[in-house]
Design a protein around this ligand. Structure first.
Ligand code: GAL
Length: 350
């Protein structure tokens, strides 16, 4: 598929004065002579960041790590502007315009709605500002446009299909007889989705279940609700479902915040994970890894915010430095169970 080929395609940066709004030609010459990226020069560059919303556990980890990496690489903290798009596409578009007017040298955008990425790309390209999308992948047609037109636009993130597959595999590894608690030959599962418009939600919902079906497990969906990535929403959904007292064996949550909400409701109902029910999430938040180690959550999938935010910062800086940049920078998820939970915990606590 063309989109996958993007990962192999290299865009070579071309210096234009309008690109940074501050005389790149001169800077490029100076930089070549003095070793560009030696803190001093890079520290004068401005980075504008829009996060789809600050009220999101995973994106908070990502955002803090991104800022640290930019600073570590030589961008001055005063020149990094990070805005909360409040989960509103129009707000985000206005913020992108503001950042462009402020003369940022590069944009990093976590789109509110990746299906409308074209509007943001056009603003950045029109202003000659390189753009790095993170976490929420724009669709294939949009990515093809960057390649076809040699736009200075990239995406950094993981393929959410892998996280869904890993959730399915964590359950599969327990063995059907262990998970089929009521012994009816079918797995009763409940799905709590993130934002249904979001590709991560769609793929995790689809691939978690598909993995088990592909292994010839019989499944029965006893409920599929939208928790919007949010802990308290998931807690309420789970509590409501448990009140109905239907058979349920596995709860799939599209992220860990929602798994924590589901866990609260499960424990309030007197159920024990691992005995009465199985529960999986995605992200590997520190609290969830702790629960995995205690056996209170069956497993999760590490959404490596460290490597993703570092790649995003490095990609943005490579654009500033006019170095070669890939249009697609991927990363891998990691399955987390009791076997490797401590290892992942040590990694994120470093
Ligand atoms: C996912 C993450 C979720 C949420 C979402 C926002 O990758 O697993 O917890 O942060 O991104 O788009």
């Amino acid at each position: 598929m063309k989109r996958r080929l993007i990962s192999l395609f290299m865009a070579v940066m071309v210096a234009t004065c309008s690109m940074t709004g501050c005389g790149v030609k001169t800077s490029q010459k100076e930089n070549t002579e003095s070793g560009y990226g030696s803190g001093d020069v890079l520290s004068e560059k401005k980075v504008g960041v829009c996060i789809y919303q600050f009220a999101d556990d995973f994106m908070t980890l990502f955002r803090d790590e991104l800022k640290d990496r930019l600073v570590e690489k030589g961008i001055s903290e005063d020149n990094i502007e990070i805005l909360d798009s409040l989960n509103n596409h129009n707000t985000q578009v206005e913020q992108v315009k503001e950042l462009i007017n402020d003369g940022v040298d590069v944009l990093i955008v976590n789109p509110v709605n990746p299906s409308f990425a074209k509007e943001i790309t056009d603003l950045a390209v029109g202003a000659g500002i390189p753009l790095v999308y993170v976490n929420r992948e724009p669709d294939g047609d949009e990515e093809d446009r960057w390649v076809d037109n040699d736009y200075h636009v990239s995406y950094v993130g993981c393929d959410a299909r892998q996280s869904g597959t890993y959730q399915g595999e964590i359950i599969e590894a327990l063995g059907f007889d262990t998970v089929d608690l009521n012994g009816d030959g079918k797995l009763q599962y409940y799905m709590i989705e993130g934002d249904p418009e979001n590709i991560d939600s769609q793929y995790r919902t689809e691939y978690s279940v598909r993995t088990l079906k592909d292994s010839a497990w019989k499944l029965e969906c006893v409920g599929d609700e939208v928790g919007n990535w949010h802990q308290e929403t998931a807690r309420q959904l789970m509590a409501k479902f448990l009140e109905e007292d239907k058979d349920i064996e596995v709860v799939f949550c599209n992220n860990d915040a929602m798994a924590l909400g589901a866990l609260e409701a499960i424990e309030a109902d007197g159920k024990v994970v691992g005995q009465d029910i199985f529960l999986v999430g995605v992200d590997a938040l520190e609290e969830v890894i702790g629960c995995v180690l205690e056996g209170r959550i069956t497993g999760t999938v590490f959404n490596d915010y460290i490597s993703q935010s570092h790649s995003a910062a490095d990609t943005a800086i490579n654009y500033i430095k006019m170095e070669k940049v890939e249009h697609y920078v991927g990363c891998h998820y990691v399955k987390v169970t009791t076997k490797n939970a401590q290892e992942i915990l040590d990694k994120i606590k470093k």
